[in-house]
Design a protein around this ligand. Structure first.
Ligand code: FAD
Length: 380
């Protein structure tokens, strides 16, 4: 029997690893010396960063998804189901439909999920643009909005480190474009004593907020939302009224990680920061949002990690030790309005340093959004 690799989760990280591996070891796959099985519930692969544009009707939902099967290299078996239980002692994954998949190597790539239900009233009182359904509802609310208090409230941890800032800058520009900005009070709340977890980004954001008349409310850990009275209260005791509430709620890891006891209580898998191996194992790799690494949860993080994992996994399958090490690299474009953007890159050692925003960088971001489909294929 050939070696069996099971990939749980067909998002950006899981798909890149599976495709790279299939290309690196195409011959073994063809001869049956290697089996790659991907377990993923989604028939469609969804490009989440595109949601930022859906609420302003700058991107249509149908532009953001492609068939998962069409993105996979020949030879990769796609099992369209949820993984229900991961048993690392037995070395197998069970699916909701009751199938069992033994593995020699496992990749955990189940991502993260926004969890507004963790905060009383938030799901009822606030809009969420991190899901397609939420972004479509927000689009309707925005196009009917005539002015008032808009609050963008941020909980941690969350994926995409810069999306909350991006949406705030984009809202500012959008209200200006529609001639509504003088009727809108725009507030952004953040849980710690500055505007962003990454200090250089927080420092950079201060003059950006001042120039746009955006109010930053720091040390604001959301305790509850009163949807009827339309107000938010923080653990620190601050109360903010709102007419339109947009939230980036705290996230959790996948339920299967929690239920199988392979993660911490947030659902994040303890992971070696350079090896990307689940702690205490030698054959379970972890990619992307699923890790507990002290680094941003982002598609680019998953992408850089996936390159390292695929290389090391291919080596290990060929009987070599696997010599590549992840350095914590992250790269994110940051929209600073509707026609300007900057970017940040950083790693475990080097802090981010946003460059002056420009239209050219915004165009790069839009171009990448179109070219994204080459990323899960492992080409770009
Ligand atoms: C609005 C928004 C804007 C963003 N902007 C950016 C950006 O500009 N740049 C950037 O780098 N990142 C951005 N991100 C973040 C990026 O999309 C994620 O960090 C990235 O998708 C993480 O990749 P992943 O492979 O870890 O998880 P995902 O891509 O989320 O994939 C996880 C997969 O696991 C599957 N899964 C879950 N549970 C199970 C189970 N039990 N069994 C089987 N499969 C399961 C899910 O269905 C999903 O397909 C943005 C995200 C959002 C929402």
């Amino acid at each position: 029997m050939g070696k069996r690799v099971v990939v749980v989760g067909g998002g950006v990280g899981g798909t890149i690893v599976a495709n790279h591996l299939a290309r690196k070891l195409g011959r073994e796959l063809e001869l049956g010396d290697l089996e790659i099985t991907m377990i993923s519930p989604d028939a469609q692969h969804f490009y989440q960063p595109g949601l930022l544009y859906v609420m302003f009707d700058l991107t249509r939902p149908e532009e953001l998804s492609r068939s998962q099967a069409s993105l996979l290299e020949p030879g990769i078996r796609l099992v369209q189901d949820w993984a229900d239980h991961i048993d690392k002692d037995k070395g197998e994954v069970r699916t909701r439909a009751g199938q069992t998949f033994p593995y020699d190597f496992l990749l955990l790539a189940t991502g993260s999920r926004p969890s507004p239900q963790l905060i009383p009233g938030l799901a009822e009182g606030g809009h969420l643009f991190y899901t397609l359904d939420g972004a479509l509802k927000l689009r309707e609310a925005l196009f009917n909005f005539q002015g008032g208090k808009v609050v963008v409230t941020v909980g941690v941890p969350h994926k995409c480190p810069v999306a909350p800032l991006e949406v705030t800058f984009m809202l500012d520009a959008w209200f200006r474009q529609r001639g509504l900005r003088d009727k809108v009070e725009l507030t952004y709340t953040y849980p710690i004593g500055r505007l962003h977890a990454l200090e250089p980004v927080a420092n950079w954001a201060v003059p950006q907020f001042a120039a746009r008349d955006i109010h930053g409310e720091t040390f604001f850990n959301l305790k509850e939302v009163d949807a009827k009275a339309r107000q938010l209260t923080s653990i620190e005791g601050t109360t903010l009224p709102y007419d339109l509430l947009i939230s980036v709620p705290p996230h959790q890891g996948a339920q299967v990680i929690i239920d199988s006891g392979v993660g911490d209580k947030g659902g994040w898998v303890p992971t070696g920061k350079h090896t990307l191996l689940m702690e205490g194992t030698d054959n379970v790799f972890v990619v992307g949002d699923t890790t507990n690494l002290p680094i941003s949860k982002a598609g680019s993080t998953a992408h850089f990690e996936a390159d390292v994992i695929a290389d090391n996994l291919a080596s290990r399958l060929q009987g070599y030790p696997g010599g590549r090490s992840y350095d914590g690299k992250v790269f994110c474009f940051v929209e600073t309005g509707l026609e300007q953007a900057t970017y940040v890159w950083f790693n475990f050692e080097t802090p981010p340093n946003p460059v002056p925003p420009s239209q050219a960088i915004h165009w790069f971001k839009l171009a990448y959004n179109k070219a994204y489909w080459l990323t899960p294929k492992g080409v770009l």
